[in-house]
Design a protein. Structure first.
Length: 385
């Protein structure tokens, strides 16, 4: 197949850009103003008004139902957000706050960025990998139920947490996953690093489980340079998360007293200043990304190439658009052509259980994840003007 028309089409979307990158940040609002204000105030570190403001803005945004869904099912209890230095730290704290300890098992998916699984291992816990669904690319509720049933049948102890991920911003069947985990008393921590602005059945991703985590890395839909967030409806957990993220220091005007092994994971004010400005333009960014996804879908349908599409009830932020090739060889031919012309595309991740450090952990049958890893390519997805 001749892939040049694909490259040519991508170039028409980003005229004058060379290279065309996968996802670049856009600073079109008050970013400079707020960062300068932050510098002028001298509060550039982990204390300052922008951290709280950023947490409030994200909590407010995540609480809003998606009006495009006919019966928004958003829960009414308030959401609490705790800002962290990055999404990996957010996951690490969430797992600790959920009570995961060394030796425990934690269910997750093999098709994800390595940062989903690394914090499990930081704790000394053991990931258990189960397959993803072929349409959402996220954790399969069927595979989850099969694993839990078989553990019960064999009188084995149950995993202590479950970490599904909304792949490339495309929501997984999170309501079913939470329902199954609730049946077995397993807390769900949603890795929503890629999915700010994505909804399932009217409710924002990351708000279904006991906790959810976000990333504001430079390649994400909105960025703080580096940054992350833990989201929960449980005030006690939120308080604990904030405490752990600030070295577990007991507030006191001068004493240095700490009541646990804490972490230096609090987001600096200067990063939060950037985040507050980014949140002010998030709706425009999301709208532009949706239009881009539509252009891609229309184009690829004319040449018989499949794009990643939302399942009924899902609203994706289309963080990264993806297209599917027949096999790994065809995928690589396309990637080579794109690289040669400075159009940044990338394959889906190599599956985590195939990496040396993860080979020792339990992995169920994962045919869907394998096929997706072999065939999917992400294509440039920065918002278009
Ligand atoms: C699925 C997933 N989980 C976790 C992370 C970690 O986020 P961060 O890079 O902010 O540590 C990322 C992104 O980088 C991600 O894509």
């Amino acid at each position: 197949m001749d892939f040049q028309p694909i490259i040519d089409f991508i170039k028409t979307l980003y005229p004058g850009k060379d290279p065309i990158v996968l996802h670049e940040p856009q600073f079109t609002g008050n970013e400079k103003k707020y960062v300068l204000d932050c510098i002028d105030s001298t509060y550039v570190s982990s204390v300052g008004k922008y951290v709280t403001l950023f947490e409030e803005k994200v909590a407010e945004f995540l609480s809003l139902p998606d009006t495009r869904y006919p019966i928004p099912d958003t829960k009414s209890e308030p959401l609490f957000c705790v800002a962290t230095v990055n999404g990996t730290a957010a996951l690490h704290l969430a797992l600790i706050a959920a009570g995961v300890k060394a030796g425990d098992e934690v269910i997750t998916q093999p098709l994800t960025f390595i940062a989903t699984a690394n914090p499990i291992v930081y704790i000394g816990a053991k990931p258990v990998f189960i397959d993803v669904d072929p349409d959402t690319l996220g954790m399969s509720p069927m595979a989850l139920r099969a694993l839990l049933k078989s553990l019960v049948t064999r009188h084995r102890s149950l995993p202590k947490a479950c970490v599904p991920m909304h792949t490339f911003g495309n929501p997984c069947r999170i309501d079913e996953i939470v329902e199954i985990c609730n049946e077995y008393g397993i807390p769900v921590i949603e890795d929503a690093a890629e999915s700010i602005g994505s909804y399932y059945k009217g409710q924002h991703t990351g708000t279904f489980g006991l906790m959810g985590t976000l990333s504001f890395n430079g390649n994400k839909t909105i960025t703080t340079g580096g940054g992350g967030m833990v989201v929960t409806r449980n005030l006690q957990l939120a308080t604990r998360l904030k405490h752990l993220s600030t070295q577990a220091k007991i507030p006191h005007p001068w004493e240095f007293a700490h009541d646990a092994i804490g972490y230096n994971y609090r987001l600096p004010n200067i990063n939060a200043a950037l985040g507050v400005a980014q949140m002010e333009t998030i709706h425009e960014k999301l709208e532009s990304k949706r239009q881009l996804a539509k252009k891609y879908a229309d184009f690829f349908s004319t040449i018989g190439i499949q794009t990643i599409q939302e399942i009924p009830g899902a609203q994706s932020n289309f963080w990264l658009n993806g297209i599917s090739f027949k096999n790994r060889q065809q995928r690589n031919e396309f990637l080579q052509l794109a690289v040669n012309q400075n159009v940044h595309c990338r394959p889906a991740w190599e599956l985590l259980p195939t990496l040396e450090m993860y080979k020792q952990y339990q992995c169920e049958d994962i045919p869907n994840a394998q096929r997706i890893s072999d065939t999917i390519v992400n294509i440039p997805s920065s918002p278009i003007n």
